[in-house]
Design a protein around this ligand. Structure first.
Ligand SMILES: [Zn+2]
Length: 171
């Protein structure tokens, strides 16, 4: 089932999500719905709080991005173990329709997370999938890409976003 994507400034995007203790049917259904919702919006990553559920779960699928490795992951309670390198990339966000901002991220990350079967796993990501992961991890911590900008660039981005929203309402 495709769920509604929560857009900024909804408060759920600005508070940290809860850790998942048990992977039950509800969580499995949520994960399924998150993939469907992400695909229908042509996104490459989605955090659970973006569909209004404050749990530490993200899905990633970079298959639609042509020049990036095809990585499909479900990450529950993810944490960074190691990170290195710096890269700047113009990111979009399904919770900020139409807005894209350049953000600095680590180039490579090693992370641990629980998979859908409840097993703890370690992943090494590099380049685009690593950027997507860090963007979604921020969501799970209640951080949006605006919080990664300097005060001045943040103000410009917010102005642009508000303008985009006003234009969208007119249609
Ligand atoms: Zn986002």
């Amino acid at each position: 089932m495709v769920r509604e994507i929560v857009t900024y400034p909804n408060e759920i995007l600005q508070k940290p999500t809860e850790r998942v203790d048990e992977i039950d049917d509800e969580v499995r259904q949520l994960i399924k719905d998150m993939f469907e919702t992400m695909y229908s919006a042509e996104g490459v990553g989605l955090a659970a709080n973006q569909v209004g559920v404050s749990l530490s779960i993200m899905v990633i699928d970079t298959t639609i991005k042509e020049d990036a490795p095809d990585i499909k992951l479900v990450l529950i309670n993810p944490e960074i173990i190691k990170a290195e390198g710096k890269v700047r990339f113009k990111e979009g966000c399904l919770s900020f329709p139409g807005l894209s901002v350049e953000v600095e991220r680590f180039e490579r990350v090693q992370l641990k997370a629980i998979d859908e079967e409840g097993k703890e796993r370690v992943y090494d990501l590099e380049g685009f999938p690593a950027i997507v992961f860090q963007h979604e991890l921020d969501h799970l911590k209640g951080i949006t890409f605006l919080d990664r900008l300097t005060a001045w660039r943040r103000r410009l981005a917010l102005e642009k976003y508000r303008k985009l929203q006003r234009e969208a309402q007119k249609v």
